[in-house]
Design a protein around this ligand. Structure first.
Ligand code: SAH
Ligand code: SF4
Ligand code: F3S
Length: 442
């Protein structure tokens, strides 16, 4: 092994949990090369920016950051600047044109190439690109996990859905499921290392296994994982209303470890728009899934994703989304302004909505949703919940936080009696829109 003495790496991650997991695999490879992680970007010998391109704002942030790093490169010619992830996949060598100070551009299927490219760059100072998508999507790579008790576990990569607004299928490729045996092996190892909570990751976890054609599916995966001792909580992201079945909900209910939180993105409350988005379900079908899940899981916390300002969204269609919010009453909703992505069908559709109108609709949507979020969180006041401790909050070391099974963030004043990873009972004193405040129950 090449050992780099006192060499450091710094990783910045944008985008979804999939990217978080990929970053841990980049870090794992860097550590095998002998690099150590640093929090100070100025000290780093390798800076890796793992990027997202799902919305234009995400890309803008990355381009700004790449620009900012130019001065570090000018100061240290040996610094290796790598851009990876979905935006790297989308832009490929155009990124070198845009930012000539970059060294490596690595796409979503080439995570395993990092070591080879770093070695090549150390020998010859030129720019290296690895963005071939015709290679396997999964490589069993070492992970340097950023958290000690929670672990991301990718179960599939890619997406076959081609929602008309979305760039993910183009930058992540077709759905590829990871073999069940590999997943079980990783989760058993995590349990042995003391990990308590895992999150199964995929753009559409409900279609897990379809490509394996051996009878494995999301339900059987859940059943197999349930038997692994030591793991207390199993989360899963993201579900798709078209592929989530009643039988899968039964499997989730039967599991002793799957949490009471379900994230089921609906995107719009208008059937006409859902059709234009190519989502493949109706509001009525979605409602049936939710009714079934709520009947079977009484303490279910339901969250969703919504897009406002999709091309052709009329005031009447938008009102249908507001009505849907009032009908379903989500615990929380992630709300997005439609962002045209070059190469996707929706970017070329007529009826694009002005930015001002999109902003107004986003605000109106949030105004409706926030009332429910607050109501749900207030209803938790005076009750006691098991929370797995994540550690101090960002701004204040005296206040610690953790999450309930329903994925709600709880903050309390710490007195030195708990450690990161403990499962502790916390009584909720105050429910706010985004967070709960409580105290430890002794
Ligand atoms: N596979 C997941 C998540 C995909 S990206 C799913 O299907 O739910 C996360 C969210 O980003 C999506 O649910 C969608 O609400 C939003 N999104 C994707 N493309 C977008 C775009 N072009 N503009 C605005 N929001 C978008
Ligand atoms: Fe994008 Fe749709 Fe696939 Fe989700 S299901 S990643 S929104 S194409
Ligand atoms: Fe972004 Fe790629 Fe995830 S585009 S949302 S980082 S799959």
């Amino acid at each position: 092994m090449d050992f780099q003495n006192n060499a450091f790496y710094f990783i910045m991650t944008y985008g979804c949990q999939m990217n978080q997991a990929d970053s841990e695999h980049y870090a794992g490879q860097l550590e095998e090369l002998g690099y150590r992680m640093t929090d100070e970007i100025d000290m780093a010998d390798v800076i890796l920016i793992n990027t997202c391109c799902v919305r234009e704002t995400a890309e803008g942030k990355v381009l700004g950051k790449i620009g900012e790093l130019k001065h570090l490169k000018e100061r240290n010619k040996n610094l290796i600047l790598a851009v990876t992830g979905c935006m790297a996949q989308e832009w490929r060598d155009r990124l070198f044109e845009r930012a000539p100070h970059l060294d490596l551009v690595i796409g979503t299927h080439n995570i395993h190439k990092l070591v080879e490219l770093i070695k090549a760059r150390q020998k010859t100072a030129k720019q290296y690109l690895a963005a071939d998508m015709a290679v396997p999507a999964f490589h069993e790579l070492p992970a340097r996990r950023f958290q000690r008790f929670f672990a991301w576990v990718p179960i599939m990569n890619g997406c076959n859905k081609f929602c008309t607004y979305c760039i993910v299928p183009y930058v992540r490729g077709r759905e590829v499921s990871r073999p069940l045996a590999d997943i079980l092996k990783e989760v058993r190892a995590l349990a042995a290392e003391g990990y308590k909570e895992i999150t199964l990751l995929g753009q559409n976890v409900n279609s897990y296994g379809l490509d394996l054609q051996d009878g494995t599916g999301f339900s059987s995966l859940i059943r197999a994982l349930d038997g692994i001792d030591g793991i207390e909580r199993i989360r899963y992201m993201t579900s798709h209303p078209k592929d989530m079945t009643f039988a899968m909900i039964d499997a989730l209910v039967a599991s002793k470890k799957v949490v009471s939180h379900m994230h089921l993105p609906i995107q719009s409350g208008s059937d006409e728009l859902l059709k234009k988005m190519n989502r493949g379900y109706t509001v009525a079908h979605y409602g049936e899934l939710v009714a079934y899940a709520r009947k079977k899981i009484p303490d279910l916390a339901l969250t969703t994703d919504l897009i406002v300002g999709f091309p052709g969204e009329t005031e009447a269609m938008f009102s249908e989304t507001l009505d849907l919010l009032k009908q379903i009453r989500y615990d929380m909703a992630y709300t997005f302004i439609y962002s045209p992505r070059t190469g996707t069908p929706a970017a070329k559709m007529g009826g694009q909505i002005s930015q001002e109108e999109k902003n107004r609709r986003l605000q109106r949507l949030m105004d409706v949703q926030n009332v429910f979020s607050l109501e749900y969180n207030r209803a938790m006041e005076t009750r006691i919940y098991d929370v797995i401790v994540e550690g101090p909050t960002k701004n204040d070391a005296k206040h610690w936080f953790g999450r309930t099974s329903s994925n709600k963030m709880v903050i309390w004043e710490e007195d030195g009696s708990v450690a990161v990873g403990d499962t502790v009972p916390v009584c909720i004193d105050k429910g706010q829109t985004w967070v709960l405040k409580g105290h430890l129950v002794k």
